[in-house]
Ligand binder design. Sequence first.
Ligand SMILES: Nc1nc2c(ncn2[C@@H]2O[C@H](COP(=O)(O)OP(=O)(O)O)[C@@H](O)[C@H]2O)c(=O)[nH]1
Ligand SMILES: [Mg+2]
Length: 237
Amino acid sequence: MSDTPVFIPAWNEEQNIAAVLDDLRREIPDADVLVVDDGSTDGTAAVARAGGAEVLSLGANRGLRVGVAAGYRWAHEHEYAFCGRVDADGQHPVVELKRLLERVRDGGCDVAVGSRFASGDGFEPYRYKPSAARRFGTALLRRSMRVVLRRPFLDATSGMYAANAKALPVLAEPYTSEAPEVQALIRLNDAGLRVDEVPVDMRPRAGGESKLRGKKSVLVVLTVIGTLFAVDRLRRR
Ligand SMILES: Nc1nc2c(ncn2[C@@H]2O[C@H](COP(=O)(O)OP(=O)(O)O)[C@@H](O)[C@H]2O)c(=O)[nH]1
Ligand SMILES: [Mg+2]
């Protein structure tokens, strides 16, 4: 058994998941791989099994927040020392996750988050421009994160994570917000864990459509910001 699982939340990603699994095998051959199949109605689970992954099927579609908590819960309950997460749509090159895992393994931080918007280490600033629909939400989210975390965090909705065993129980708690990654950052911060935002390259989604598009993405960000400030107010009491 490896000391590091990598999990992939997936909902109807039969077009993309095989390439992600190939990338994982190539870059991190000794990782245990878990696909959290969230009630997919296509061939996602079969393709994942054929690609050598373990599949945790949630039955009906319960939403990304449930899938994310389930992945970290699985890693925590199996007492792994580390855990990685990448998306199923091909946006997260595994070579980047590998760097995040090395950073956590070296003890540099408890959690490393891959960021499209952080710069340095040879990564140019402004190399990714959010779509017009997302730009407003992204800017608002950044300002809010700075207030709540009392530090800048540029890519708070990134799902590319590497975590150690200390962070796993925190990440495995159920999420109440539609943006589990944002809620995770607040929790990790409250728990006093060290989170590094690490510049990475990401790709466009390989096939199909994002489940968070246009107006809906703005709505989600507004909901999330509402949650953030509610949480923050409670904490200060
Ligand atoms: N488990 C689970 N995964 C989901 C759900 N919705 C999206 N995902 C997965 O979460 C990842 C990110 O979703 P995506 O639609 O690409 O969002 P975006 O990258 O923010 O545009 C992908 O791996 C999706 O397959 C869901 O309802 N449940
Ligand atoms: Mg995506």
